[in-house]
Design a protein around this ligand. Structure first.
Ligand code: AP5
Length: 250
């Protein structure tokens, strides 16, 4: 990859294909993938104190309160620094998570590889917090998919707990019997819960879109995943090209 490291935000309704596209983007661009959904699910399956609090919200398709998402992001960022691991509690008190996210985002590996923020921000407050710290993406990709398709995708989704790869019973079945045997289904992937998650998404979407209007690219997510990726890929290449041209001018 040539040019500046990318700062990418990916947004869209539940099951619009964010996780699927992130897998492909990480593979091609080597971006540091930060998914609040994955971080929260990891807390739930580890049975941590935060995980216990989070479980009910997630299982019912309700957004987790900001303070908890903040703690989880904070813990994730802290896990990169062995020094802070020992003094985690103290560190939590003296630093606001967003400062930590900001500091994480300015570390050498992210500076070198770029970042891919998935599922955050999801509310006006979360967007304002990022804004206050000057954390802005080069591009915000929104995957647009009709409601009925979203529901079909959710109820057929399966996850490989070993590789974290996402499958679909019909649209993207596993490649072997061995993988098929170990696939799991998310507890929030029922018609009822998807409908609730979709409603919440719709209530917040406009605020998020207006916060990133200047870098927003809404694309048709209702096509084969390779086609969707092809469009995102060319958008990202354009961003890199513009950044390179700007650098030459300086
Ligand atoms: P999160 O995990 O972020 O869920 P989500 O936004 O609802 O998105 P999904 O993971 O359901 O779908 P996706 O868009 O990644 O689609 P995927 O690629 O898997 O969040 C879960 C919960 O955590 C929230 O409800 C909330 O409680 C909490 N949370 C998270 N972030 C939070 C925050 N910031 N604040 C507060 N709470 C927060 O694809 C779906 C299926 O479709 C798969 O089976 C896949 O194989 C298939 N598929 C994908 N692309 C295609 C395609 N092009 N064609 C056909 N099939 C496809």
């Amino acid at each position: 990859v040539v040019g500046e490291p990318l700062k990418v935000m990916i947004s869209g309704a539940p099951a619009s294909g964010k996780g699927t596209q992130c897998e492909m983007l990480v593979e091609k661009y080597g971006l540091v993938h930060i998914s609040t959904g994955d971080l929260l699910r990891a807390e739930v399956s580890s049975g941590t104190e935060i995980g216990i609090k989070v479980k009910e919200f997630m299982e019912n398709g309700i957004l987790v309160p900001d303070e908890i998402v903040t703690d989880v992001l904070c813990a994730y960022v802290v896990s990169f620094y062995s020094f802070f691991r020992e003094s985690k509690f103290f560190f939590f008190i003296i630093c606001s998570v967003l400062k930590i996210v900001k500091s994480r985002i300015s570390k050498p590996d992210v500076k070198e590889k770029g970042w891919l923020l998935d599922g955050y921000p999801r509310t006006a407050a979360q967007a304002q917090n990022l804004e206050r710290l000057g954390i802005r993406p080069d591009i915000c990709v929104v995957l647009d998919v009709p409601d009925q398709i979203l529901v079909d995708r959710c109820v057929g989704r399966m996850l490989d707990p070993v590789t974290r790869k996402i499958y679909h019973v019909e649209y993207d079945p596993p490649e072997s019997e061995e993988v098929n045997a170990r696939l799991i289904i998310r507890t929030d992937d029922t018609v009822e819960k998807v409908t609730a998650r979709l409603e919440t998404y719709k209530q917040n979407a406009e605020v998020i879109f207006s916060a990133y209007m200047d870098v927003l690219n809404k694309i048709d997510g209702n096509r084969p995943k390779e086609m969707v990726f092809g469009e995102i890929d060319s958008l990202l290449q354009q961003v890199q090209l513009v950044a390179k041209q700007r650098q030459k001018l300086i």
